[in-house]
Design a protein around this ligand. Sequence first.
Ligand SMILES: Cc1ncc(COP(=O)(O)O)c(C=O)c1O
Length: 382
Amino acid sequence: MKPITTPNEPYRSLSPPVMRGSTVVFDNFQDFANRKTRQPDGYSYGITGTPTARELERRIAALEHGKHCVVTPSGQAALMGCVMGFVRGGDHLLVSAACYGALKTYARNYLARMGVDVEFYRPDIGADIEPLIKPNTRMICMESPGTVTMEMLDVPAIAAVARRHGVLTMVDNTWASPLGFRPLEHGVDFCVEAATKFLGGHSDLLVGAISMNDRGHYEVLRETQSIMGLQVSPDDAFLVMRGMETLEVRLAAQSDATLDIARWLAGQALVRELLYPPLESDPGHALWKRDMRTNGCLFSMILQPASERAHHAFFDALAHFSIGASWGGTHSLAAYYPAPLQADRLYARTDQPVIRLSIGLENRELLREDLRGALEAYGKHA
Ligand SMILES: Cc1ncc(COP(=O)(O)O)c(C=O)c1O
């Protein structure tokens, strides 16, 4: 069979084409021999990308106000790939204690065993991170707010210190999405999104993205992507682009409903504390107000102390919220983080069990009813 070339018929669609291919074919010997020179933007084999993945990268970079983007097969692959691209044995890596759990596990169980000096820092450290910087500090990892107990980080302050010392910075920006916060505009080197959440928006795919401005960093990460085998299927890249078409309206509606429901919960007798920076009562509120342009769709709460059975009853009473660990989609979700998980964490915000809610696009009165019923069930065991 001959390779397929671009058809002559005029055909224009509003949808980007899904272009599959592991093999890329070349016009002649010279072209093939020089194929490596096509990187970081071009195509030489499926592992470095397809035109569909490139289109997604172009669109995400535009949203982040960045020059380049590399997409990966999950948010965790983006976090891990970004660190792997630049951190080697003998380097010192600073990781916020409120970063995504799997990133911390990767740092602790893999990087540390490969000779990286991994240090977790207090999420509220701000510019006081300076004394932690050593001559071999290579990168600082942040996530703001941390997506279980919602600690806000002073991202611009940490980025400014890092720049002065020639240290790289990476922010997991998934909570806010690029519509709510753009870390690259605050001096950060790498902005990571789990596109699995808001960008995809429908809980049906796993994709990650690393956006940046520096061409040299982009070359390193394109190579890292290829060496680690981190390419995205064109079907998933297409689905993220479809999700992004409605990102702005979804985010606006979810953000509005989330603040509304969180305020209502804050007034319920059985709710001891809301962990949610958009509320004035949250210690991260001033930073949230200064930096963020969204209420997000995710917050946590701590109920009045009661037995584990009471938490079972709360979750089992839910009818409109599904029980699940992810977030950012159109369906509302509830997740449970038991007390020992908090107590074991460095610089934990609480030692109490945490309930995390992701607010979707359902009727908000139905969601409130659901939570009212769940709190009643909890109260019977409290
Ligand atoms: C804040 C944050 N970052 C990264 C990830 C990882 O994304 P993925 O599930 O696509 O690997 C998650 C997933 O829950 C997350 O919540």
